[in-house]
Design a protein around this ligand. Structure first.
Ligand SMILES: [Zn+2]
Length: 375
């Protein structure tokens, strides 16, 4: 993709372009920002543009270099991303082919932990960085989600960052810069990526036919996406309509009436969903409570702004019964839970704990309402 076609990251791209034009490109960049805002897409476009036969850091899209870059088959552009250690080379090639076909997309490896291993850094970066570019002029290494590098991998990469080979640019991407060793961060030029506006996400979804959106589905997905086009695509893939009524069931405790059904439900969520699906679910649960808060603040006027508009009766019941503070605490707990899943905490425990907290809050609200009705 041409750098000019990337939406919502004009500032980041103008920094790269200014450095290129002043002939002051850094040997290593750190692209930081939330998941799904275009860090990897920009890194790939940047790598392609650097190698475009037309020059000028745009990427003409027509020359042989641009075509190879778009197909992720350019011999001087290397994409490294976290995978489970059990992944076979053929499966890795299959993933790369998938990225070339569908655009870079975060992979869900389910319950397997995906990392960038020291072996990967040695074979994919260190060994290749010391060779000349094949067709050049630039060799580019993109390490996506660089915070998943093991300590050993990061230390190995550090040596290359300290003595950067000529005509080489290394781009690290991360949504969790604090998880990267400071020694690595300090040797990179940081470039911040912005969250995307709802209209930008709609544009992104509609601009790429491969994503399969129309005006209506793009609008709906963008409104759920909280600044991330990647999230909009994932939500759509999982089918938001199904998701929402299932989430609504959870939120009113329809299938978790006692402790054992609650633990069963938590176990099912922990085992059936991959980690990114679990995080997505927790986000949708938070958005339920945001709807509750909207209703308690604005009353019926909130109805057109609700995500769970089909469940307005259940939402209103909770808005009337629950304290705003109690709802706020549940939102915080869900956010903590989402982060716990990100850190690979035990998902059964995480879900049991949040489902229990929600059940207790509903029970307290019901008791209070009972007392109020009795007096
Ligand atoms: Zn070109």
């Amino acid at each position: 993709m041409s750098l000019d076609r990337i939406k919502g990251q004009e500032k980041a791209i103008s920094l790269l372009r200014a450095a290129y034009e002043a002939d002051r490109l850094s040997h290593a960049y750190l692209f930081l920002g939330a998941d799904g805002v275009g860090k990897e897409t920009t890194a790939l476009a940047f790598a392609g543009a650097l190698n475009c036969e037309q020059g000028g850091l745009t990427g003409c899209g027509e020359c042989a270099a641009c075509k190879m870059a778009a197909g992720l088959s350019h011999p001087d552009i290397h994409l490294i991303f976290p995978t489970p250690t059990t992944l076979k080379p053929a499966e890795r090639s299959e993933l790369i082919a998938g990225y070339a076909r569908d655009g870079f997309r975060e992979q869900d490896f389910g319950r397997k932990t995906a990392i960038v291993s020291v072996e990967t850094i040695l074979t994919e970066v260190v060994a290749k960085a010391n060779q000349r570019p094949y067709i050049g002029p630039w060799k580019v290494f993109i390490i996506a989600d660089a915070d998943t590098m093991t300590t050993e991998a990061a230390n190995t990469l550090l040596k290359t960052l300290e003595e950067p080979p000529e005509s080489t640019v290394i781009v690290l991407t991360t949504s969790r810069p604090n998880a990267l060793p400071s020694t690595v961060v300090s040797r990179t030029q940081r470039i911040q990526f912005a969250g995307l506006s709802r209209s930008t996400i709609e544009e992104v979804l509609l601009s790429d036919a491969r994503l399969g959106f129309d005006e209506k589905t793009a609008g709906k997905a963008a409104s759920l996406a909280q600044g991330s086009a990647g999230r909009a695509v994932r939500t759509d893939k999982q089918g938001p309509a199904v998701d929402l009524s299932r989430v609504a069931d959870l939120m009113v405790g329809r299938r978790t009436k006692d402790v054992s059904s609650l633990v069963n439900e938590a176990t099912a969520l922990a085992f059936r969903l991959g980690r990114s699906e679990q995080q997505r679910l927790l986000e949708l649960m938070m958005m339920w409570y945001r709807d509750v808060l909207k209703l308690s603040e604005m009353g019926d006027a909130a109805t057109p702004h609700l995500l769970y508009s089909e469940h307005v009766a259940d939402l209103s019941r909770q808005a009337n019964a629950m304290d705003v503070e109690a709802v706020g605490r549940l939102v915080d707990k869900l956010d903590d839970a989402r982060r716990a899943i990100e850190r690979y905490s035990n998902a059964t425990i995480v879900f049991t704990s949040v489902l229990l907290d929600m059940a207790i809050a509903r029970k307290e609200a019901a008791t209070k309402r009972g007392t109020r009705n009795a007096t």
